[in-house]
Design a protein around this ligand. Structure first.
Ligand code: CTP
Length: 433
């Protein structure tokens, strides 16, 4: 018996899918179809899938061509399946030509011509497209333009800068459609605005964009004024649009899983959260406020926003330049510390200490796909790993698109009240530092 296997997402099932399954089945006597799982698609950065796994499986089943349907869950599974199911032929569409030739020593690899003029991407593209505009004062995009390409329904259209030269270079460098120095004209062209200018100008741009009913993503912090933050969120709500802070950490699966597991008492009651971060290691070097936002956000996600006290102990050099700080936040039954440095080396690390164990994210924890847990009643270290692609921005954008389509004005990854608490604490640190 000749066994054939083929794989796909099979989202919004179409004629191209039908044709390849039919032709794959005709190549042998038994066809196995691997349908990608939701988590595998997310992991490999395919964020635009519309149909659930069950629906995609059902659509493949209904063709009648599949003798067996399996789920493709991880990179490298194809080889394991070929051996496990004793496969004779692996079939792929011509868009994959050459990419799986390394499997030729295990079975025959056949690339079949794709059906012309149809794809899931094309079918998904029939929905509305939201134009994104970037507000900047330099020519660096934080990887945002590239990340946007992985989210369906969005397109980076335009860039605004008060510095015309910066806008022109940015536009050319990232192949955008337009650039400008007139903010109102720029807002006319876009639906979503990403604001990445220095802190002092952010709130002004956010306010103008919200007043014109634009969705706004802003670098964090948006401002150091707690009142202003409240005002901006109220304005967004009144305008029925969303205002989100660009803190990629809260959109990463590993961090979210860590938060959920902590809240589910994995390590018992949390007594301490310790974060260390070196400004120079963070996103190529950021200001104090932009760096300290990450540990603060992580602490708030784990211990909540109802802290009792904040203390800061900044060390400065003879010229008054910041070198090192150990910030402590006291909670009713726990304590959090942030060790942050500019020029001196600190070891980047994130640790949650509980009454029954500890969780650690080593190294650049703000950009993590990994954490480990040591629970007292087992002697083993448990490792949790969640691959993600890119710098995390695509997951934020994807969440924003879901909020837009669900007509939600509140971001559930970082609640308005959490953003407000964050600025309250920043303000205290800023005043005392
Ligand atoms: N396929 C095909 N002809 C098409 C579209 C897809 O032969 N017009 C094949 C693919 O080459 C693949 C299988 O169908 O072997 C499953 O493809 P999948 O990636 O799920 O479908 P696409 O429509 O290509 O999806 P997307 O646009 O999201 O990449």
């Amino acid at each position: 018996m000749k066994k054939v296997i083929t794989y796909g997402t099979f989202d919004l099932f179409h004629q191209g899918h039908y044709n390849i399954l039919k032709r794959a089945r005709a190549l042998g006597d038994y066809l196995i179809v691997g349908v990608t799982s939701e988590s595998y698609d997310i992991e490999r950065g395919k964020l635009n899938v519309r149909d659930s796994l069950l629906k995609r499986i059902e659509n493949v089943r209904r063709t009648g061509f599949a003798d067996e349907i399996i789920i493709e869950e991880y990179q490298g599974q194809k080889l394991s399946d070929i051996i496990k199911y004793n496969i004779d032929i692996l079939v792929l569409g011509s868009d994959w030509r050459g990419k799986f030739d390394y499997l030729k020593s295990y079975c025959e690899v056949v690339y079949l011509e794709r059906t012309k003029n149809i794809s899931s991407t094309k079918l998904r593209g029939e929905g509305a497209t939201y134009n994104v505009g970037v507000v900047t004062d330099d020519t660096w995009d934080n990887g945002v333009v590239w990340e946007t390409k992985y989210v369906s329904g969005v397109h980076v259209e335009s860039v605004f800068s008060e510095d015309e030269e910066a806008a022109r270079i940015f536009c050319k460098k990232y192949e955008l459609d337009s650039y400008g120095t007139d903010f109102d004209e720029f807002l006319d062209r876009v639906d979503i605005v990403y604001i990445k200018t220095p802190l002092k100008t952010r709130a002004g741009y956010i306010e103008k964009a919200l007043k014109l009913g634009k969705y706004v993503i802003s670098d964090s912090p948006m401002t150091l004024s707690p009142n202003k933050v409240r005002e901006l969120f109220e304005l967004a709500k009144a305008q029925h649009v969303v205002l989100v802070e660009k803190i990629n950490l809260v959109y990463l699966r590993a961090f979210n899983q860590l938060v959920w597991m902590t809240h589910s008492n994995l390590v018992g009651n949390v007594v301490c959260v310790k974060c260390s971060i070196c400004q120079e290691h963070f996103e190529g070097g950021k200001s104090f406020n932009e760096t300290v936002v990450y540990p603060l956000c992580a602490i708030i996600k784990i211990l909540g926003k109802d802290y009792l006290e904040v203390n800061t102990n900044a060390v400065k050099d003879d010229d008054g330049h910041f070198i090192y700080d150990m910030i402590t936040l006291k909670y009713p039954k726990a304590i959090a510390t942030i060790e942050i440095s500019s020029s001196v080396e600190v070891e980047d690390e994130f640790v949650v200490i509980g009454s029954n164990g500890r969780i650690t994210i080593p190294n650049d924890w703000w950009n993590t796909g990994y954490f480990e847990a040591k629970v007292d009643d087992t002697q083993f270290l448990k490792r949790f790993s969640f691959n993600f692609e890119g710098n995390g921005f695509r997951y934020l954008l994807q969440e924003l698109m879901i909020m837009i389509s669900d007509k939600r004005t509140e971001c559930t990854r970082l609640f308005t009240e959490e953003s407000q608490a964050l600025v309250d604490i920043l303000r205290i640190i800023d005043q005392r530092g």
